[in-house]
Design a binder for this molecule. Structure first.
Ligand code: FAD
Length: 386
């Protein structure tokens, strides 16, 4: 029933149909090319289980669960170099002369100063390079069904929902908490859709394919979960476009000039796409958040909750799920940092290379999920509801 997704996406300026059109025509093809470039296909993560909340439960030992690490000589040479130190404090630029009454939705224009190690108040990860970090080629480790089910998986989702973002009933809870819930639910929908879209249908013959029942049971039969997916997609898209100046100036150096120029060209096509700007110039309006008197306090509280969610990723008992869980929560944390931790008071955006990699890969995953829902949703629903 396509009618369920008519009208505007919540908190957004564009409708479902427009988002679908933009995604299929512009965003999805660009993102698919982008995540295959050498810059975006290597993600750095500490993948060994280091769960602060529960004892090790034996981990997932299925073959489809393990991640294959990149050999040293495979990942880009510039990624191995240590980061430069932080910026001198007088390097910060003030944005003067802006009328105070208007909300500044832009970030400082001269922004990229080289990749550095920098903190993200929204995430828990320590990004310091050390022996525990490994580089993973994401193209070789697709997010798909792994067999990670049962109490171990369930307790993570339960902890995320119940401890960190209690379900809201309308009117009861502030908009900011709803946003956190919708982001998590949207990410959960996307993960479920990827599991269903790339499922081990027959273990004996190793037949992989789409599990339409699962896609319906876990996501499509709940319109709210689909709506949250669109919301999360647009939220992350807004973060990417808000950081346009930074992302345009960033170094996509992997030692392969042809590839790196292509990466930059794709990034620019994504950031300054005329169709996107015409159809959905403000996919999420972050200026509306944290407005009330308790805004700053609430922000700190939600930041802490999101850090807990980020820490929970160390407890995901299946390596490949942990990889994609970490990457996507890291990507969401980066989006939150771009949208909510930089403003007129602190206009200097700094992102880590790994944050940018996570952000773009997350956007691609969400874009894939939105495309799958739109392409397959109506026919699956017709079959299931018969
Ligand atoms: P679950 O997906 O575990 O959901 C648990 C409960 O959450 C549901 O019963 C429902 O009440 C609620 N819920 C479900 N979806 C939503 C939603 N969108 N919004 C709001 N509430 C919702 N498995 C893989 O095979 N491959 C992976 O790559 C993978 N990655 C994972 C990453 C993380 C971070 C986690 C925690 C788990 C991952 N898993 C992965 C496991 C997978 O997500 C499921 O937990 C597992 O398949 C069992 O599914 P389930 O049917 O019990 O429901």
């Amino acid at each position: 029933d396509l009618g369920k997704y008519e009208g505007m996406v919540e908190d957004c300026c564009c409708d479902y149909e427009t988002v679908d059109g933009l995604n299929v025509e512009v965003l999805h093809p660009l993102l698919q090319e982008l995540v295959a470039t050498p810059f975006f296909r290597y993600f750095k993560a500490k993948l060994w289980c280091d769960c602060p909340f529960w004892p090790d439960d034996g981990m997932c030992r299925l073959r489809d669960c393990s991640v294959c690490e990149c050999p040293e000589n495979e990942f880009p040479e510039p990624f191995k170099k240590p980061f430069r130190g932080g910026l001198p404090s007088d390097d910060l630029i003030c944005q003067e002369g802006k009328p105070q009454a208007t909300v500044d939705r832009t970030l400082d224009k001269r922004v990229f100063r080289g990749w550095i190690e920098t903190d993200n108040p929204w995430t828990n990860d320590d990004e310091t390079d050390n022996g525990e970090m490994m580089y993973v080629n994401l193209l070789l480790n697709p997010e798909r069904y792994t067999g990670y089910v049962g109490p171990s998986a369930r307790r993570i989702w339960d902890a995320i929902y119940s401890e960190n973002c209690p379900k809201y009933s309308s009117g009861e809870i502030c908009q900011e908490k709803k946003v956190l819930y919708k982001l998590i639910s949207g990410l959960h929908s996307s993960i479920s859709i990827h599991i269903a879209a790339d499922y081990l249908l027959d273990e004996t013959t190793s037949l992989w394919g789409q599990n339409l029942d699962l896609m319906y049971d876990r996501v499509l039969r709940y319109p709210e979960r689909v709506r949250n997916l669109y919301f999360t997609f647009l939220f992350v898209l807004r973060a990417v476009t808000k950081a346009a100046d930074y992302l345009e100036q960033a170094e996509y150096d992997t030692g392969n000039q042809t590839e790196d120029l292509k990466t930059l060209s794709l990034i620019k096509q994504l950031l300054y796409n005329p169709k996107l700007q015409a159809a959905c110039p403000l996919p999420f309006d972050e200026a509306k958040m944290w407005q009330g008197q308790s805004g700053p306090e609430l922000k700190q509280q939600i930041q802490k909750q999101f850090r807990n969610i980020s820490a929970l990723m160390d407890c995901v008992g299946c390596e490949k799920c942990r990889l994609w869980g970490k990457l996507q929560v890291h990507g969401l944390g980066t989006a939150l940092k771009i949208l909510f931790s930089f403003d007129q008071v602190q206009p200097q955006l700094q992102l880590q290379r790994n944050e940018v990699i996570a952000l773009v890969n997350l956007l691609n995953r969400l874009s894939e999920s939105v495309k799958l829902v739109r392409e397959m949703g109506p026919s699956i629903e017709r079959i299931m509801e018969r």
